[in-house]
Ligand binder design. Structure first.
Ligand SMILES: Nc1ncnc2c1ncn2[C@@H]1O[C@H](C[S@+](CC[C@H]([NH3+])C(=O)[O-])CC(=O)[O-])[C@@H](O)[C@H]1O
Length: 323
Protein backbone atom coordinates (compact mmCIF):
# COMPACT_ATOMS: atom_id res chain seq x y z
CA UNK A 1 0.00 0.00 0.00
CA UNK A 2 2.79 2.36 0.93
CA UNK A 3 6.14 2.23 -0.82
CA UNK A 4 9.19 2.62 1.44
CA UNK A 5 11.71 1.47 -1.18
CA UNK A 6 13.20 4.96 -1.68
CA UNK A 7 14.13 4.98 2.00
CA UNK A 8 15.62 1.48 1.89
CA UNK A 9 17.77 2.46 -1.10
CA UNK A 10 18.89 5.64 0.61
CA UNK A 11 19.98 4.03 3.87
CA UNK A 12 21.64 1.05 2.14
CA UNK A 13 24.38 3.53 1.24
CA UNK A 14 24.72 5.40 4.52
CA UNK A 15 25.36 4.89 8.24
CA UNK A 16 21.77 3.74 8.85
CA UNK A 17 22.32 0.57 6.79
CA UNK A 18 22.15 -1.76 9.83
CA UNK A 19 18.53 -0.71 10.22
CA UNK A 20 17.79 -2.81 7.11
CA UNK A 21 18.23 -5.93 9.29
CA UNK A 22 14.81 -5.29 10.87
CA UNK A 23 13.04 -2.39 9.16
CA UNK A 24 11.63 -4.04 5.99
CA UNK A 25 10.06 -6.85 8.04
CA UNK A 26 8.52 -4.35 10.49
CA UNK A 27 7.09 -2.18 7.73
CA UNK A 28 5.76 -5.21 5.83
CA UNK A 29 3.99 -6.26 9.03
CA UNK A 30 2.58 -2.71 9.28
CA UNK A 31 1.41 -2.90 5.63
CA UNK A 32 -0.43 -6.14 6.36
CA UNK A 33 -2.44 -4.74 9.27
CA UNK A 34 -5.91 -3.19 8.75
CA UNK A 35 -5.68 0.59 8.54
CA UNK A 36 -9.15 2.17 8.80
CA UNK A 37 -9.31 5.27 6.61
CA UNK A 38 -5.80 4.92 5.17
CA UNK A 39 -6.86 3.36 1.81
CA UNK A 40 -9.30 6.27 1.30
CA UNK A 41 -6.61 8.84 2.18
CA UNK A 42 -4.14 7.11 -0.16
CA UNK A 43 -6.53 7.60 -3.09
CA UNK A 44 -6.67 11.34 -2.27
CA UNK A 45 -2.90 11.53 -1.78
CA UNK A 46 -2.21 10.19 -5.28
CA UNK A 47 -4.13 13.16 -6.76
CA UNK A 48 -1.76 15.68 -5.17
CA UNK A 49 0.73 16.95 -7.78
CA UNK A 50 4.40 16.07 -7.36
CA UNK A 51 5.84 18.98 -9.35
CA UNK A 52 8.73 20.85 -7.78
CA UNK A 53 7.57 24.37 -6.79
CA UNK A 54 9.42 27.51 -7.95
CA UNK A 55 10.37 28.46 -4.37
CA UNK A 56 10.54 26.77 -0.97
CA UNK A 57 11.21 28.46 2.37
CA UNK A 58 12.04 26.18 5.27
CA UNK A 59 14.21 28.57 7.24
CA UNK A 60 11.57 30.95 8.59
CA UNK A 61 8.38 28.97 7.90
CA UNK A 62 7.22 26.05 5.77
CA UNK A 63 6.18 27.83 2.59
CA UNK A 64 5.87 25.98 -0.69
CA UNK A 65 5.57 27.88 -3.96
CA UNK A 66 3.61 31.07 -4.52
CA UNK A 67 -0.04 31.97 -4.93
CA UNK A 68 0.25 33.17 -8.55
CA UNK A 69 2.19 30.08 -9.67
CA UNK A 70 -0.99 28.05 -10.09
CA UNK A 71 -4.34 28.88 -11.75
CA UNK A 72 -7.06 29.59 -9.14
CA UNK A 73 -8.97 26.45 -10.13
CA UNK A 74 -5.97 24.21 -9.49
CA UNK A 75 -5.29 25.87 -6.15
CA UNK A 76 -8.90 25.30 -5.10
CA UNK A 77 -8.58 21.65 -6.10
CA UNK A 78 -5.40 21.21 -4.03
CA UNK A 79 -7.06 22.90 -1.05
CA UNK A 80 -9.99 20.47 -1.25
CA UNK A 81 -7.63 17.50 -1.39
CA UNK A 82 -5.68 18.76 1.64
CA UNK A 83 -8.89 19.34 3.59
CA UNK A 84 -9.69 15.63 3.18
CA UNK A 85 -6.89 15.04 5.73
CA UNK A 86 -8.68 16.98 8.52
CA UNK A 87 -7.79 17.45 11.38
CA UNK A 88 -4.51 19.29 10.72
CA UNK A 89 -2.88 19.57 14.15
CA UNK A 90 0.77 20.50 13.53
CA UNK A 91 1.90 23.41 11.35
CA UNK A 92 1.27 26.05 9.97
CA UNK A 93 2.02 25.38 6.29
CA UNK A 94 1.64 27.72 3.38
CA UNK A 95 1.12 25.91 0.08
CA UNK A 96 0.79 28.06 -3.04
CA UNK A 97 -0.90 30.71 -0.91
CA UNK A 98 -3.19 28.22 0.88
CA UNK A 99 -2.65 28.92 4.57
CA UNK A 100 -3.07 25.67 6.54
CA UNK A 101 -3.84 27.20 9.92
CA UNK A 102 -3.28 24.21 12.20
CA UNK A 103 -4.37 23.58 15.80
CA UNK A 104 -0.81 24.13 17.03
CA UNK A 105 1.60 26.95 16.30
CA UNK A 106 4.43 24.42 16.02
CA UNK A 107 6.63 27.24 14.71
CA UNK A 108 6.50 28.84 18.16
CA UNK A 109 7.89 25.65 19.72
CA UNK A 110 10.65 25.64 17.09
CA UNK A 111 11.51 29.26 17.94
CA UNK A 112 11.94 28.24 21.59
CA UNK A 113 14.08 25.18 20.74
CA UNK A 114 16.39 26.49 18.02
CA UNK A 115 18.53 29.01 19.98
CA UNK A 116 19.65 26.28 22.42
CA UNK A 117 20.70 23.36 20.20
CA UNK A 118 23.88 22.53 18.28
CA UNK A 119 23.75 23.70 14.65
CA UNK A 120 21.98 21.06 12.54
CA UNK A 121 24.05 21.65 9.40
CA UNK A 122 25.16 18.33 7.91
CA UNK A 123 23.54 16.28 10.70
CA UNK A 124 21.51 13.08 10.65
CA UNK A 125 18.42 13.83 12.70
CA UNK A 126 15.76 11.57 14.21
CA UNK A 127 12.45 13.12 15.27
CA UNK A 128 10.60 10.72 17.57
CA UNK A 129 6.83 11.36 17.61
CA UNK A 130 7.25 13.77 14.71
CA UNK A 131 3.50 14.31 14.14
CA UNK A 132 2.98 15.27 10.50
CA UNK A 133 6.64 16.24 10.19
CA UNK A 134 6.41 20.03 10.58
CA UNK A 135 9.64 20.29 12.57
CA UNK A 136 11.44 17.92 10.17
CA UNK A 137 11.07 20.53 7.42
CA UNK A 138 12.36 23.25 9.74
CA UNK A 139 15.36 20.99 10.58
CA UNK A 140 16.13 20.79 6.84
CA UNK A 141 15.81 24.58 6.78
CA UNK A 142 18.69 24.61 9.28
CA UNK A 143 20.82 22.49 6.93
CA UNK A 144 20.30 18.96 8.32
CA UNK A 145 21.57 16.32 5.88
CA UNK A 146 18.69 13.90 6.53
CA UNK A 147 15.66 13.93 8.83
CA UNK A 148 13.91 10.70 9.75
CA UNK A 149 10.65 10.95 11.65
CA UNK A 150 8.82 8.12 13.37
CA UNK A 151 5.18 8.35 14.40
CA UNK A 152 2.53 5.62 14.55
CA UNK A 153 -0.32 7.89 13.36
CA UNK A 154 -1.52 7.07 9.84
CA UNK A 155 -3.15 10.47 9.37
CA UNK A 156 0.15 12.19 10.13
CA UNK A 157 1.87 9.94 7.59
CA UNK A 158 -0.49 11.00 4.77
CA UNK A 159 -0.28 14.68 5.75
CA UNK A 160 3.51 14.42 5.67
CA UNK A 161 3.47 12.67 2.29
CA UNK A 162 1.10 15.32 0.88
CA UNK A 163 3.55 18.07 1.86
CA UNK A 164 6.50 16.02 0.59
CA UNK A 165 4.85 15.54 -2.83
CA UNK A 166 4.33 19.28 -3.12
CA UNK A 167 8.01 19.78 -2.26
CA UNK A 168 8.77 17.81 -5.44
CA UNK A 169 9.13 14.46 -3.61
CA UNK A 170 12.00 15.68 -1.43
CA UNK A 171 14.21 12.73 -0.41
CA UNK A 172 15.88 14.46 2.54
CA UNK A 173 12.90 13.81 4.85
CA UNK A 174 11.24 10.46 5.52
CA UNK A 175 8.47 9.51 7.96
CA UNK A 176 8.09 5.89 9.07
CA UNK A 177 4.90 4.68 10.82
CA UNK A 178 6.67 3.17 13.81
CA UNK A 179 6.73 3.70 17.57
CA UNK A 180 10.07 4.35 19.29
CA UNK A 181 9.88 0.92 20.94
CA UNK A 182 10.35 -0.69 17.48
CA UNK A 183 13.78 0.87 16.90
CA UNK A 184 16.94 -1.23 17.29
CA UNK A 185 19.99 0.42 18.90
CA UNK A 186 21.09 2.37 15.83
CA UNK A 187 23.64 4.69 17.49
CA UNK A 188 23.62 6.60 14.20
CA UNK A 189 21.93 9.99 14.68
CA UNK A 190 23.75 13.22 15.53
CA UNK A 191 20.63 14.79 17.04
CA UNK A 192 17.53 13.07 18.39
CA UNK A 193 14.38 15.05 19.15
CA UNK A 194 11.61 13.76 21.40
CA UNK A 195 9.00 16.48 21.69
CA UNK A 196 5.57 15.90 23.20
CA UNK A 197 6.13 12.15 23.62
CA UNK A 198 7.52 11.41 27.10
CA UNK A 199 4.21 11.88 28.93
CA UNK A 200 2.66 9.32 26.55
CA UNK A 201 5.19 6.65 27.62
CA UNK A 202 4.35 4.30 30.48
CA UNK A 203 7.99 3.83 31.28
CA UNK A 204 9.72 7.20 30.92
CA UNK A 205 13.23 6.07 31.91
CA UNK A 206 13.08 3.33 29.30
CA UNK A 207 12.03 5.99 26.79
CA UNK A 208 15.13 8.03 27.66
CA UNK A 209 17.33 4.94 27.25
CA UNK A 210 15.72 4.17 23.88
CA UNK A 211 16.48 7.72 22.74
CA UNK A 212 20.08 7.46 23.98
CA UNK A 213 20.52 4.25 21.99
CA UNK A 214 19.83 6.12 18.74
CA UNK A 215 22.59 8.67 19.26
CA UNK A 216 26.21 8.60 18.10
CA UNK A 217 28.87 9.27 20.72
CA UNK A 218 28.56 12.93 21.74
CA UNK A 219 25.23 13.19 19.91
CA UNK A 220 22.60 15.57 21.26
CA UNK A 221 19.17 14.86 22.70
CA UNK A 222 16.49 17.54 22.56
CA UNK A 223 13.70 16.63 24.93
CA UNK A 224 10.45 18.56 25.24
CA UNK A 225 7.57 17.48 27.43
CA UNK A 226 4.82 18.58 29.80
CA UNK A 227 6.12 19.37 33.28
CA UNK A 228 4.87 20.56 36.65
CA UNK A 229 6.41 23.05 39.06
CA UNK A 230 8.53 21.60 41.84
CA UNK A 231 11.86 20.22 42.99
CA UNK A 232 13.92 17.13 41.92
CA UNK A 233 11.36 14.80 43.48
CA UNK A 234 8.18 16.30 42.02
CA UNK A 235 6.17 14.22 39.58
CA UNK A 236 2.47 14.10 38.73
CA UNK A 237 0.84 10.87 37.57
CA UNK A 238 -2.70 11.82 36.57
CA UNK A 239 -5.27 9.32 37.73
CA UNK A 240 -7.05 9.21 34.38
CA UNK A 241 -7.15 11.99 31.82
CA UNK A 242 -5.07 15.16 31.74
CA UNK A 243 -6.52 18.11 29.75
CA UNK A 244 -8.86 15.45 28.30
CA UNK A 245 -5.92 13.44 26.94
CA UNK A 246 -5.90 9.66 27.37
CA UNK A 247 -2.70 7.61 27.59
CA UNK A 248 -0.80 10.03 29.78
CA UNK A 249 1.52 8.87 32.54
CA UNK A 250 4.42 10.88 34.01
CA UNK A 251 4.67 14.68 34.31
CA UNK A 252 7.91 15.39 36.19
CA UNK A 253 9.24 18.82 37.15
CA UNK A 254 12.00 20.05 34.82
CA UNK A 255 14.46 19.48 37.69
CA UNK A 256 13.30 15.90 38.16
CA UNK A 257 13.62 15.29 34.43
CA UNK A 258 17.22 16.53 34.57
CA UNK A 259 17.92 13.93 37.28
CA UNK A 260 16.25 11.20 35.19
CA UNK A 261 18.43 12.10 32.18
CA UNK A 262 21.58 11.98 34.32
CA UNK A 263 20.48 8.72 35.88
CA UNK A 264 20.35 7.00 32.46
CA UNK A 265 23.78 8.34 31.49
CA UNK A 266 23.31 11.69 29.73
CA UNK A 267 25.74 14.49 30.58
CA UNK A 268 25.78 18.29 30.18
CA UNK A 269 22.04 18.32 30.85
CA UNK A 270 20.53 21.79 30.55
CA UNK A 271 17.00 23.04 31.19
CA UNK A 272 16.79 25.68 28.47
CA UNK A 273 13.15 26.70 28.47
CA UNK A 274 9.96 26.42 30.51
CA UNK A 275 6.68 28.02 29.52
CA UNK A 276 2.95 27.71 30.05
CA UNK A 277 1.09 26.84 26.83
CA UNK A 278 -1.26 29.66 25.87
CA UNK A 279 -4.61 29.41 24.12
CA UNK A 280 -3.01 31.29 21.21
CA UNK A 281 -0.56 28.42 20.67
CA UNK A 282 -3.12 25.57 20.74
CA UNK A 283 -6.64 26.30 19.55
CA UNK A 284 -9.50 25.32 17.25
CA UNK A 285 -9.07 26.57 13.67
CA UNK A 286 -10.66 26.22 10.28
CA UNK A 287 -8.30 23.27 9.60
CA UNK A 288 -8.87 21.60 13.02
CA UNK A 289 -12.49 22.10 13.99
CA UNK A 290 -12.59 19.85 17.09
CA UNK A 291 -12.17 20.99 20.70
CA UNK A 292 -8.77 22.32 21.73
CA UNK A 293 -6.91 23.78 24.72
CA UNK A 294 -9.49 26.51 25.62
CA UNK A 295 -12.05 23.70 26.10
CA UNK A 296 -9.66 21.69 28.31
CA UNK A 297 -9.07 24.44 30.89
CA UNK A 298 -11.29 25.16 33.90
CA UNK A 299 -13.58 28.01 32.72
CA UNK A 300 -13.43 29.56 36.22
CA UNK A 301 -9.67 29.18 36.67
CA UNK A 302 -7.56 28.82 33.49
CA UNK A 303 -4.49 27.99 35.62
CA UNK A 304 -6.07 24.52 36.00
CA UNK A 305 -7.20 21.83 33.58
CA UNK A 306 -10.83 20.68 33.64
CA UNK A 307 -9.63 17.78 35.82
CA UNK A 308 -8.14 20.21 38.38
CA UNK A 309 -4.46 19.62 37.52
CA UNK A 310 -2.01 22.48 36.79
CA UNK A 311 -2.57 23.84 33.25
CA UNK A 312 -0.11 22.63 30.57
CA UNK A 313 3.45 23.84 31.04
CA UNK A 314 6.25 22.56 28.82
CA UNK A 315 10.01 22.34 29.34
CA UNK A 316 12.87 21.85 26.88
CA UNK A 317 16.02 20.04 28.00
CA UNK A 318 19.19 19.48 25.98
CA UNK A 319 21.68 16.74 26.85
CA UNK A 320 24.76 14.98 25.45
CA UNK A 321 25.32 11.24 25.07
CA UNK A 322 28.89 10.56 26.19
CA UNK A 323 28.95 6.93 25.06
N1 LIG B 1 5.44 5.11 20.97
C1 LIG B 1 5.52 6.18 20.23
N2 LIG B 1 6.59 6.38 19.44
C2 LIG B 1 6.68 7.49 18.65
N3 LIG B 1 5.71 8.43 18.59
C3 LIG B 1 4.63 8.27 19.35
C4 LIG B 1 4.47 7.16 20.21
N4 LIG B 1 3.28 7.27 20.85
C5 LIG B 1 2.71 8.41 20.40
N5 LIG B 1 3.51 9.01 19.50
C6 LIG B 1 3.27 10.26 18.74
O1 LIG B 1 3.79 11.32 19.47
C7 LIG B 1 3.17 12.52 19.01
C8 LIG B 1 2.93 13.44 20.17
S1 LIG B 1 2.41 15.06 19.69
C9 LIG B 1 3.92 15.90 19.42
C10 LIG B 1 4.22 16.18 17.97
C11 LIG B 1 5.48 16.95 17.71
N6 LIG B 1 6.70 16.21 18.09
C12 LIG B 1 5.48 18.28 18.38
O2 LIG B 1 6.24 18.49 19.31
O3 LIG B 1 4.70 19.14 17.96
C13 LIG B 1 1.92 15.71 21.21
C14 LIG B 1 0.52 15.54 21.48
O4 LIG B 1 -0.29 15.86 20.57
O5 LIG B 1 0.16 15.15 22.62
C15 LIG B 1 1.90 12.11 18.30
O6 LIG B 1 2.01 12.45 16.94
C16 LIG B 1 1.81 10.61 18.53
O7 LIG B 1 1.25 9.92 17.41
Amino acid sequence: MFDFSDFYQLIAKNRLQNWLNVLPAQLTEWQNQPHGDLPKWMRVLKKIPMDAPSTIDLKDSVTIGTEDELPAGQRAKIENLLRAFHPWRKGPYNVHGINIDTEWRSDWKWDRVLPHISPLKGRYVLDVGCGNGYHMWRMLGEGAELTVGIDPSELFLVQFEAIRRMMGNDQRAHLLPLGIEKLPELKAFDTVFSMGVLYHRRSPLDHLIQLKNQLVKNGELVLETLVIDGDENAVLVPFSRYAQMHNVYFFPSAKALKVWLEKVGFVDVRIVDECVTTIDEQRTTDWMTHNSLPDYLDPNDPSKTVEGYPAPKRAILVARNPD
